[in-house]
Design a protein around this ligand. Structure first.
Ligand code: NAD
Ligand code: IPM
Ligand code: MN
Length: 362
């Protein structure tokens, strides 16, 4: 069966990193017999420029019809003054919501070769392997009411709503517990239950979910402490489950433990395992168009696509292994460069991964 992949490069470094991912997928097709069909679509600022919408109907239809979506990144200075309802980031939120992608898996895994690229001491991050499970279609990102209103005294007031139903909390909880069962059997639920009622409910529901998983150890942590513990002693974590906003913030923090945000992939899954795959970083306007971006988070997102949606587990392993070998060879984009290594650009890094895959196919 040929699987359909909707390819949405987006803005900034998006097209640069996604073209490396497409190279890898082409290689997996020609050398390993992977059967996929790729079709590109518009999303984000570029989509707004062409169609007036950051998530055009044609992209929605393409994504709905596909088995998986591969996305680069969206956003940029050019669109920052647009009304928030039509900004590039809204396109990303809209596709997540439209496809029901409530479970966002963000694995923070340290490749041992990069221990010295992290800003933390190598012994603090050596062996790091955390899975952050972020709720992705609810919480304060989507809660109503929201907006900016003018008070009677003429002063403006901004407001958003943090809102979660029990069913939304329990379904992301089950995803986290199921993943923990295949790993270190520990779940840390991160909340702010000391202050926010909504996350007090979050904690109660997580405790209920845990009753069906007696083999898994559940702990709770307030988000401020979790941010501190992530940089103090990150290896205490196995699976972290948290709300949309907290997961956004903590995953950028965890990324730095692995050497660079350019190393962290993600999978966003719906109830049926359909997924969208994207690096966790943004469109990096400061380095866009210069061939400096690290494509590895995107290539590792392709590995997650192979693993979670296409069920091509050996190929996923093979691709992750190829990334490992390229790092062994000393290739480093500027974000992960350390003295004595071989500094390369985006395309050279992608080519090197393809070369290793080709060699392995022989
Ligand atoms: P960012 O992640 O784009 O960049 C933060 C820093 O990390 C920058 O210095 C950038 O150069 C660096 N960086 C990011 N990815 C890199 C890579 N692959 N290789 C090397 N360095 C990399 O975050 P930001 O600057 O806060 O946001 C820029 C734009 O991206 C904004 O418009 C924001 O809304 C958007 N954004 C989009 C996504 C997404 O599409 N998923 C995620 C985050 C931010
Ligand atoms: C991410 C991004 C997005 C988010 C933005 C661009 C909407 O930061 O994927 O982490 O906040 O979810
Ligand atoms: Mn983010």
């Amino acid at each position: 069966m040929t699987n359909k992949i909707a390819v949405l490069p987006g803005d900034g470094i998006g097209p640069e990193i996604v073209s490396e991912a497409v190279k890898v997928l082409d290689c997996l097709q020609s050398e390993f017999g992977l059967a996929v069909e790729m079709e590109s679509g518009l999303i984000g600022g570029g989509a707004y420029d062409e169609t007036g919408s950051p998530f055009p109907d044609a992209t929605r239809d393409l994504a709905r019809a596909a088995d998986a979506v591969l996305l680069g990144a969206v956003g940029g200075v050019k669109w920052e003054s647009l009304d928030i309802s039509i900004r590039p980031e809204k396109g990303l939120l809209a596709i997540r919501s439209d496809l029901g992608l409530f479970a966002n898996l963000r694995p923070a895994l340290l490749y041992p070769q990069l221990a010295s690229a992290s800003t933390l001491k190598p012994e603090v991050v050596a062996g790091l392997d955390i899975m952050i499970v972020r709720e992705l279609t609810g919480g304060i990102y989507f809660g109503q009411p929201r907006g900016v209103r003018t008070l009677d005294n003429g002063e403006r007031q901004g407001y958003n709503t943090l809102i979660y139903k029990e069913s939304e909390i329990s379904r992301i909880g089950r995803v986290a517990f199921d993943i923990a069962r295949k790993r270190g059997k520990k779940v840390c639920s991160v909340d702010k239950a000391n202050v926010l009622e909504c996350t007090e409910l979050w904690r109660e529901v997580m405790i209920d979910v845990a009753e069906s998983y007696t083999d898994i150890e559940l702990s709770h942590m307030y988000v401020d402490n979790a941010a501190m513990q992530l940089v103090r002693a990150p290896k205490q974590f196995d699976v972290v489950v948290t709300s949309n906003l907290f997961g956004d913030i903590l995953s950028d923090c965890a990324a730095m433990l692995t050497g660079s945000i350019g190393m962290l992939p993600s999978a966003s899954l719906n109830e049926d395992g359909k997924g969208m795959y994207e690096p966790i970083h943004g469109s990096a306007p400061d380095i866009a168009g210069r061939g400096l971006a690290n494509p590895l988070a995107t290539l590792l997102s392709v590995a997650m696509l192979l693993r979670y949606t296409l069920n091509e587990v050996p190929l996923a392993d093979q691709l992750e292994q190829a990334v490992n070998q390229v790092l062994d060879k000393g290739l480093r984009t500027p974000d992960i460069y350390t003295d004595g290594m071989n500094k390369v650009g985006t395309a050279q890094m992608g080519d090197a991964v393809v070369d290793v895959l080709r060699e392995a196919a022989k």
